[in-house]
Design a protein around this ligand. Structure first.
Ligand code: SF4
Length: 682
């Protein structure tokens, strides 16, 4: 059989995959040699995709209260319950909680249904847990949520700084591209800023073991150093506002706030200052903080002050965790966004989108962001909740509390591929969704590259796409404009809407793809109107602020309160999210097979923890029992635990049960990287 050109469903690198059906329900997997993101490479997770497509144990029919039911009965029930809740309690009494695993077409339909027809912006996504602080930082600085860089910038740079990013494990193919570029150009330097000595540090020219959470201080000090050594750009600063205020705020940061040895700190400041072609890559270590947006802007400030943005080999670069976190942002699938980078609070933007959709009742104000949404579920304000392709009973902060809230909600629908996830088990109605390999649509990776995800296998049983489920319920609720029969039609509508947005000044305008041949669509960078410049940001010489100038933001850096132990969280190399897919591949389970706690030898000695013994880790929110891994790679007082295990795979290893529901005040992103904990032998 011929290979099907598709994309990997895991991280935001967005690698192209050639998936060849083996005729027995399986797939043979290879990297796509012509996909620009990976050029044939795959990491171990992507390479093992063929081992994860078994339909054994899949959810194959709708279920109502645990009993198989026909689709018509399930869809009628959902439409009735949502309609009743809205009639009795208003539009804000219902909510959708969706996922960066959704395809852009799924996201588009969900967003249109909630914001244009139900009339509430209560749609949020697990991308809130991932990249919301980057979105907020971009919008504050650039006036729009646009990632300024391209992957090739990492290869063209002379200095790549990785902060809050374990790129080697979390975005492996991008890391491989970076190492290959340095091998070809040994003058390139890689600096890793991380409190923990991660796998990424092994390949770095310099590792800065920063005090946990002190990134804002570090980049404030860098801004001061750039100014004081006359490294700011006289030619670029006319495109920027706010330098003086940003500098004034930055002066409050002190070298000792970073926890770095003075000579190491100076080495970093001098290297960054002296290297024009610098890219700063950042990820969850920056975003998942109660001051994540400020940390993002502290990084952006340094690039704006030096004009290291919008040119090859330069720029701040947020690498997204999920395969389609970017596509969700493009359709506006977050509670505080509209569509196509338009603004929910802007009446002209709302009117234009409402007219395009022929929408009866547009949402007029932001909806509930993830943490607040589940608080509203808990206290009964949300009467009907639809969760699609995500597992908040494991992944949300205060996961035990969130699980109880979902269980007690009047009416919960869950669209899933598996019937036994922690969240699926709590559903009143469970809908069988198509999975990767069966789904058809588009995704956008971290560098704004839109790629097709194509079906290579038939849907099993009665599994249906998420967009179809949403459209069927919308039609049953009496709404028009949900008559698509293919994802092609949805993408064309989304692309056409982006033309409306472009006319209003949005930089997200892919309207020339509205008539493109969807079946043969090749990976395409946006901004489309800059395509001749290779999708380069700032090609017009203007930012998307009213003045056309980027905004530097004053950052009052701070770190989390001290505690005897502050747990650091993250991923491991071979698992993805809650392991629903990667857990199916035996070779991926061999890497690190059970939940664990990395702890410094001094801490282990003081607590009486022996190697490989069990430790009880307790926060004010919950408890986990973890295998002890004693290592100097973590700092004293700052143990580390990975996030992947669930109530199904290791009930005592649910790390997000320990995390407080603390959020960044600007982005609403939870501070999932860190929790104050107590530790004792179990
Ligand atoms: Fe998939 Fe990311 Fe690995 Fe590429 S790097 S194969 S997108 S998990």
């Amino acid at each position: 059989m011929n290979p099907v050109r598709t994309t990997c469903p895991y991280c935001g690198v967005g690698c192209g995959v050639l998936a060849t059906p083996d005729g027995q329900g399986g797939l043979t997997i290879k990297g796509d040699p012509v996909h620009p993101a990976n050029r044939g490479r795959l990491c171990v997770k992507g390479a093992a995709l063929g081992e994860t497509v078994s339909t054994q144990g899949r959810l194959l029919t709708p279920r109502i209260h645990g009993t198989d039911a026909p689709w018509t009965q399930a869809l009628d029930l959902i439409a009735d319950r949502f309609t009743d809740a809205i009639a009795q309690h208003g539009a804000d009494s219902v909510a959708l909680y969706v996922s960066g695993q959704l395809l852009t077409e799924d996201y588009y339909v969900a967003n249109k249904l909630m914001k244009g027809f139900i009339g509430s912006a209560n749609i949020d996504t697990n991308s809130r847990l991932c990249m919301a602080s980057s979105v907020a930082g971009h919008r504050r600085a650039f006036g729009t949520d646009t990632v300024p860089g391209l992957y090739e910038d990492l290869e063209l740079a002379d200095l790549v700084v990785l902060t809050g990013s374990n790129l080697a494990w979390c975005h492996p193919v991008l890391h491989q591209r970076l190492l290959a570029a340095r091998a070809a150009r040994p003058q390139m330097k890689i600096v890793v800023i991380d409190p923990r000595r991660t796998a990424t540090c092994e390949d770095a020219d310099l590792h800065l073991p920063l005090a946990p959470g002190a990134d804002g201080h570090l980049f404030n000090l860098l801004l001061c150093h750039l100014h004081d050594t006359a490294r700011t750009s006289a030619t670029f600063l006319p495109h920027v506002t706010g330098l003086d205020a940003a500098l004034t705020a930055a002066r409050a940061s002190r070298p000792e706030d970073t926890g770095l040895a003075p000579d190491l700190l100076q080495q970093f400041l001098d290297l960054w200052a002296a290297t024009d072609k610098t890219v700063t890559v950042y990820s969850q270590g920056i975003n998942q903080s109660d001051s994540g947006t400020d940390k993002v802007n502290a990084i952006l400030n340094c690039h704006l002050a030096t004009g290291r943005i919008g040119r090859p080999g330069t720029g701040p670069f947020s690498v997204t965790g999920q395969p389609n976190a970017m596509g969700g942002r493009e359709v506006g699938g977050l509670a505080n966004m509209l569509a196509c980078h338009l603004e929910l609070e802007n009446p002209a933007h709302r009117a234009a989108v409402g007219a395009f959709w022929n929408a009866p009742r547009m949402a007029t104000s932001p909806g509930l962001k993830a943490v607040d949404m589940f608080r509203a579920v808990e206290d009964g304000r949300i009467k009907a909740l639809w969760i699609i392709h995500t597992n908040p009973a494991v992944t949300m902060p205060e996961a035990d509390r969130v699980a109880r809230a979902i269980a007690n909600c009047d009416f919960t629908v869950v669209s899933e591929t598996w019937p036994d996830t922690d969240t699926a088990r709590l559903a009143k109605v469970l809908l069988p969704s198509t999975a990767w390999g069966e789904k058809d649509g588009t995704v956008t990776n971290s560098e704004r590259l839109i790629s097709r995800q194509r079906a290579a296998l038939p849907p099993p049983g009665e599994a249906r796409p998420d967009w179809w489920q949403l459209a069927q319920v919308a039609r049953r609720m009496g709404f028009t404009g949900f008559d698509w029969t293919t994802p092609t039609q949805i993408f064309a509508e989304h692309a056409a809407l982006s033309g409306v947005a472009g006319a209003l000044g949005s930089d997200f305008d892919i309207s020339d793809l509205a008539t493109a041949d969807y079946e043969t669509l090749t990976p395409t960078l946006w901004p489309q109107n800059h395509r001749q410049k290779g999708g380069r940001f700032f090609a017009t010489g203007r930012f998307h602020t009213p003045s056309g100038r980027a905004r530097m933001i004053p950052v009052s850096a701070r770190v989390a309160d001290s505690a005897p132990f502050r747990l650091n969280t993250g991923r491991i190399r071979d698992q993805w999210h809650t392991m629903t897919r990667t857990g199916l591949a035996p070779r991926l389970n061999q890497h690190l097979a059970e939940p664990f706690l990395e702890i410094h030898p001094e801490d282990a000695l003081r607590l009486g923890l022996a190697p490989a013994s069990l430790a009880e880790v307790t926060s004010e929110n919950g408890t986990a029992i973890l295998r002890t891994l004693i290592t100097p790679k973590v700092q004293p007082g700052h143990p580390f635990a990975p996030i992947h295990w669930t109530g199904e795979t290791a009930p005592s290893g649910r790390i997000d049960a320990l995390i407080p529901g603390l959020t960044d005040p600007v982005s609403g992103q939870p501070a999932s990287k860190s929790a104050a904990v107590a530790i004792r032998p179990f």
